[in-house]
Design a protein around this ligand. Structure first.
Ligand code: GDP
Ligand code: ZN
Length: 295
């Protein structure tokens, strides 16, 4: 009998799946079917009481990728609803970090959310709106969901828990911004969940290298992938870049040249919008800096 299931963890030639009724089975893969990713929906056939074989990988809504050391894309998880960009006053984000992340998340077809963690450490000067930390209101105006969180004191993480409810999410951000602390605060039974996944697959899971899907207490899934995007992203194409600046969209068809890079071309609708203030000039400047780094 064939059943559908969700892949919670996948490494080497095996993994663990959860059936629609919540039952968990360890599973093996067939070479002809291929290796599913964490988050994949699959069809399985039971082998015996505790184990199964994956017979088909269902069509993916999206695939979340990381860049390896040579900037090649490596898939790590599938079927996400949102990716949370975590920034903090310390370590402070570099000038274009949030834009880079936003472009990458849009190009993967996933909803970005911006989270300012360690919010209790924010000082007056950091609200200066010439720094990424001071631009939260601008991001909100662009249409992004923006949250302030803290693992230590007010405002806490309850707003974050609400955003994660009944969705599949991943946290991204540079080392030290508090991703592990957030995951620990959100999942009181984190060690129990890791332990259960390790036992079922017969080997210890290395939480320092393996991508794992955790279940949130109030429903929803949180994907934890160590070091994701801490070491940079893949190289972007100019078109991919412009599509990642969501407010450019309504101007994109209106430039004089079809292949406009929105740089110094005459009659560029995007540049004119930045000049008139219809696009935030600081966003346009960030676009130009990222464009100069494109291939
Ligand atoms: P990660 O590298 O992104 O996983 O960051 P960690 O979760 O390891 O956190 C890095 C450091 O920041 C640790 O010393 C945490 O205790 C601290 N930290 C995390 N969240 C907060 C917060 O909301 N406020 C403050 N003040 N420190 C925090
Ligand atoms: Zn243009």
């Amino acid at each position: 009998m064939t059943q559908t299931a969700l892949v919670l963890v996948s490494y080497g030639g095996q993994g663990m799946v959860e059936l629609d009724n919540g039952e968990r089975l360890d599973c093996k893969y067939r070479r002809s079917v291929g290796r599913p990713y964490c988050g994949d929906r699959v069809e399985i056939q039971r082998a015996d009481g505790q184990s199964a074989v994956v017979t088909r990988i269902l069509t993916r809504d999206n695939v979340f990728v990381r860049a390896d050391a040579r900037q090649r894309k490596q898939p790590i998880a599938a079927n996400l609803d949102q990716a949370l960009i975590i920034i903090a006053p310390h370590p402070a984000p570099s000038r274009d970090l949030v834009e880079r992340y936003l472009v990458a998340i849009h190009s993967l077809g996933i909803r970005p959310v911006i989270v300012l963690n360690k919010a209790e450490l924010m000082q007056e000067k950091e609200y200066d709106n010439n720094t990424p930390l001071g631009r939260m209101e601008d991001y909100r105006q662009l249409g992004y969901e923006v949250l302030h969180t803290s693992c230590k004191t007010a405002p806490g993480i309850s707003s974050l828990a609400t955003v994660l409810e009944n969705r599949t999410s991943i946290l991204v951000g540079q080392s030290g911004v508090g991703k592990s602390s957030l995951v620990n605060s959100l999942l009181p039974d984190l060690e129990l969940q890791t332990g259960a996944l390790s036992r079922a697959t017969g080997k210890g899971i290395h939480t320092t290298t393996t991508t794992i899907m955790y279940t949130m207490p109030a429903g929803g899934r949180l994907i934890d992938s160590p070091g994701v995007w801490e070491y940079g992203l893949w190289q972007m194409e100019p078109g991919e870049l412009a599509n990642g600046f969501i407010e450019f969209e309504r101007f994109l068809g209106r430039c004089k040249f079809n292949d406009c890079r929105h740089d110094h071309e005459p009659q560029c609708a995007v540049r004119e919008a930045a000049e008139s203030g219809a696009i935030f000039p600081w966003r346009y400047q960030a676009y130009l800096r990222l464009l100069s780094q494109c291939t």
